[in-house]
Ligand binder design. Structure first.
Ligand code: ATP
Ligand code: MG
Length: 221
């Protein structure tokens, strides 16, 4: 493959990546929300986009099936980052990773008592590290989605999930009791691609960096 393949997930990451691509004069030929295509061409014959699950983006880039990708820090922490160069925090798809419990559950008290907490999450490694760092004993239960349901259905006492407005938590009578870390999406690059296709990739990376920086300046200004 002499062209560039970019791995993106549908939804907020795709939407928030569009302006960055536009800054590099890249315009996707289809909308992944309405098209069923998994490979989307662009206005540039040398650039194509593959649409994959958010958690699969690092894998496509790690193995070189995509040269570039955009993935959340949450996903990158669980993936581990092997084979990936991470040159840039794009500051898109911002949210935070938090601990949440049902309203009325005294989390601090449970932690103080040294109780063994059952925690449901998609983010097993990050959650394990967080609770180990605090010396809190937990049994982690791996889920693949809808973490909010777990405490309501009696599967767990707490969840570790991503929160932005807090609307989903509120709708399910859950309360955020601890913020673990801020999350945003990063540009990831296959290390071999960067060497072999540097002439094509570096200008793109630079353009993204400039776009992020000028956004910063706008916000600050
Ligand atoms: P899939 O649909 O493949 O199971 P997913 O549901 O985790 O994956 P999204 O919800 O689209 O995928 O989230 C993709 C990425 O967007 C996440 O990895 C995270 O970095 C970011 N993200 C998730 N939730 C939020 C949120 N509430 N606000 C902002 N960014 C978020
Ligand atoms: Mg989703």
């Amino acid at each position: 493959m002499s062209g560039i393949t970019i791995a993106l997930s549908k939804g907020r990451i795709f939407d928030e990546t569009l302006p960055l691509l536009a800054a590099a004069d890249i315009v996707p030929a289809d909308d992944p929300e309405t098209s069923r295509k998994l490979i989307i061409g662009t206005n540039r014959p040398d650039v194509r986009i593959v649409i994959v699950r958010a958690s699969d983006v690092p894998t496509y880039v790690q193995y070189g099936a995509a040269d570039l990708g955009i993935a959340g820090k949450d996903v990158l922490l669980e993936h581990g980052g092997a084979g990936l160069y991470q040159p840039l925090d794009l500051e898109i798809a911002k949210c935070r990773m938090s601990v949440a419990v049902p309203a009325g559950f005294d989390y601090q008290q449970a932690v103080r008592r040294g109780a063994r907490l059952r925690v449901a999450t998609k983010y097993i490694d990050t959650a394990r590290e967080h609770f180990a760092g605090k010396g809190v004993h937990v049994d982690l239960i791996k889920l693949y989605g809808s973490m909010e349901l777990a405490p309501l259905a009696g599967l767990a006492e707490a969840i570790v999930d991503l929160v932005s407005s807090g609307g989903t938590l509120k709708a399910n009578n859950l309360v955020e009791v601890e913020q673990i870390m801020p999350i945003s999406s990063r540009l990831i690059v296959n290390q071999a691609s960067l060497k072999i296709k540097r002439e094509q990739l570096q200008p793109l990376i630079d353009t993204f960096a400039t776009a992020v920086a000028s956004r910063h300046a706008e916000r600050a200004g």
